[in-house]
Write a protein that binds this ligand. Structure first.
Ligand SMILES: NC(=O)C1=CN([C@@H]2O[C@H](COP(=O)(O)OP(=O)(O)OC[C@H]3O[C@@H](n4cnc5c(N)ncnc54)[C@H](OP(=O)(O)O)[C@@H]3O)[C@@H](O)[C@H]2O)C=CC1
Ligand SMILES: CC(C)=CCC[C@@H](C)[C@H]1CC[C@H]2C3=C(CC[C@]12C)[C@@]1(C)CCC(=O)[C@@H](C)[C@@H]1CC3
Length: 341
């Protein structure tokens, strides 16, 4: 880890760290170095404490604490950011991992047609068009998937700006923003005119594509301050998110098939530690040498070994700037609304 060589401690904050990929990431980072200071940013105190206890049991010397953060509430994001600013004078790794997807069903007709078509492997790798989604409106009046996956994280980054990077070009002052995006992110599901995806059918894909654009935009505006942003796809991982699509027993039953499918679709990582591969790998890289236009994917071989693949994206820096401007507008209007109440 680049910040390790310095005498000050290395701080990593992980959102959505109490379960799934976030928790596996926390474990893998501690396995790599028990000297890292981990902060689990979670929405539920009991679940966060349980995760922190489990980590401390496995790594008795580890420095693990929690902060309460609900990315679907701007007030909660502000409180969490204030707490994090209080505790740390520098954040080395900010993992923007918390996320949700509300699925009401699988389009099995589309699945069977896809199975016997040329798009079969693409279909398994991206899940594009296979799921029927729904969304909700948050107390902030925003679309739930948009606010949880993207907007809440954007506000968090903004609020933590003075704890990220530094204008001094010292490499130990660098910070990395690492977003858990998805191979499901598709341009066709995203519109700058309908950022929150109020009128579309795939809010998850839209929020993840917006994440890819945002990361490009943040590099453009923050690299000069030594802040570097990258996106990751963990592959298809068995977590509460996938158990919300089909039951756990089904996924266990088809595990041999999924492992075999890795010959053609290496993104079938299946386990959360495998899925965390690219997230861990990024923390070991010099961020200056990384390409902001690449999505870092966790891949897995048939024998079960995980590795990182790089997939080129094609996103304009101007798109990134436009998105940031629009997110800032939403943020300002929410702040105005709050100050009136
Ligand atoms: N599983 C997969 O196949 C893939 C997952 N991803 C992405 O990986 C990330 C992690 O998901 P995964 O581990 O699979 O799923 P899990 O449901 O296991 O974990 C999601 C984590 O995010 C937290 N979370 C959800 N909503 C909020 C919120 N409003 N505020 C704060 N935390 C919240 C959850 O907390 P709680 O436990 O309290 O619900 C949990 O800790 C997500 O961004 C997801 O989109 C990307 C590609 C594939
Ligand atoms: C594997 C079999 C026999 C059946 C399952 C079919 C689909 C439910 C499944 C196939 C590809 C999957 C997939 C996802 C969800 C479940 C599938 C559509 C994701 C969209 C989950 C969330 C992500 O972010 C993507 C990376 C996944 C891509 C693949």
């Amino acid at each position: 880890m680049n910040a390790m060589a310095n005498s000050r401690r290395t701080v990593a904050v992980i959102t959505g760290a109490n379960a799934g990929i976030g928790y596996a990431l926390a474990e893998r980072l501690l396995k790599k170095s028990s000297k890292i200071h981990l902060c689990l940013a979670c929405r539920n105190k009991a679940r966060a404490e349980e995760a922190a206890d489990k980590l401390k049991q496995k790594f008795p010397d580890a420095d693990v604490d929690i902060v309460l953060l609900d990315t679907s509430s701007v007030a909660s994001v502000h409180r969490a950011a204030a707490e994090l600013r209080n505790r740390y004078d520098h954040i080395d790794y900010l993992y923007l991992n918390a996320g949700m997807m509300k699925v009401t069903g699988v389009d099995w007709g589309y699945f069977w047609r896809g199975l016997f078509s040329s798009r079969v492997f693409y279909m398994f790798a991206t899940g594009e068009g296979l799921l029927v989604h729904e969304d909700e409106v948050t107390d902030d009046g925003l679309q739930g998937v948009f606010e949880t996956n993207l907007f809440g994280h954007y506000v968090l980054v903004k609020e933590l700006e003075d704890r990220l990077g530094s204008s001094a070009s010292d490499r130990y002052n660098r910070s990395q923003l690492i977003w858990t995006s998805s191979s499901n992110a598709t341009r066709k599901n995203f519109s700058m005119e309908d950022l929150q995806h109020e009128h579309g059918k795939d809010p998850y894909s839209s929020s993840k594509f917006a994440m890819d654009i945002l990361s490009v935009g943040l590099n453009d505006s923050m690299n000069k301050r030594n802040v570097y942003s990258h996106v990751v796809c963990p592959g298809l991982v068995m977590t509460n998110l996938t158990y919300g699509i089909l039951p756990a027993w089904f996924w266990t039953l088809i595990m041999p098939f999924i492992c075999l499918l890795r010959i053609f679709v290496p993104g079938m990582t299946y386990s959360a530690p495998n899925g965390a591969e690219a997230l861990v790998w990024l923390s070991t890289q010099d961020p200056v040498s990384l390409d902001p236009q690449v999505k870092y994917q966790s891949f897995c071989g048939v024998t079960g070994h995980s590795y990182v693949n790089q997939e080129k994206m094609s996103i304009g820096v101007d798109e990134g700037q436009e998105l940031i401007k629009k997110l800032d507008e939403i943020d300002e209007s929410l702040q105005k609304k709050c100050s009136k109440n």
